[in-house]
Design a protein around this ligand. Structure first.
Ligand code: COA
Length: 152
């Protein structure tokens, strides 16, 4: 499959919703992601917002935030269309986010995900991220978070 990684532009915003609805995310998370990509793309000094295109379709996205104060970058959103998963798309998106982080001279990248997100956790582990810590009640009272880290 031919996959290209491109910069986000406003015309792509509907694709974000399509991807997340397909995955079955709750509306509050979809609405937040739509807002995030729009506002983050306007601040390229601190954010990288990228899309994966496959067969003329937006098949995935990632956004990453660089923090000057501790020289770390955080992946704040990553998803791949359910129809395009397991084709290496998230791997390419994370590589692009890591390149963004290195360009900012970050010390590494971290990401939070629900402890119950077994697919996401398996993906980050395969991508060379290490379990940092568990955050009790991070997403909801009954849903803990887990942080994965990769230091360069
Ligand atoms: C997690 C997610 C982004 C992975 O996207 P993807 O494009 O399918 O991932 P890749 O094809 O690059 O996978 C690379 C490797 O990660 C691991 N991996 C990915 N998905 C996996 C799964 N469902 N189960 C087990 N391992 C998995 C595998 O080792 C895989 O390599 P392989 O296919 O050669 O076995 C995707 O499943 C998704 O969008 N999930 C919902 C949103 C989400 O959880 N986002 C991340 C947390 S915020």
């Amino acid at each position: 499959m031919n996959i290209s990684i491109i910069d986000y532009a406003s015309q792509h915003q509907p694709a974000i919703r399509t991807i997340l609805e397909g995955i079955g995310w709750a509306e509050q998370y979809i609405a937040a992601a739509e807002k995030n990509v729009e506002s983050f793309a306007r601040m390229p000094e601190y954010f990288g917002v990228y899309l994966a295109q496959a067969e003329q379709t937006v098949a995935g996205f990632i956004y990453v935030h660089f923090y000057e104060w501790n020289q770390l970058a955080q992946i704040r959103g990553l998803a791949v269309d359910i129809r395009y998963q397991r084709h290496g798309i998230a791997s390419l998106l994370v590589q692009r986010a890591e390149t963004f982080a290195r360009e900012k001279k970050a010390r590494g990248v971290y990401v939070d995900t629900p402890t119950l997100n077994h697919k996401g956790r398996a993906f980050y582990e395969a991508a060379g991220y290490q379990l940092g810590y568990i955050m009790p009640r991070y997403y909801e009272d009954a849903l803990d978070g887990v942080t994965y880290q990769k230091f360069f």
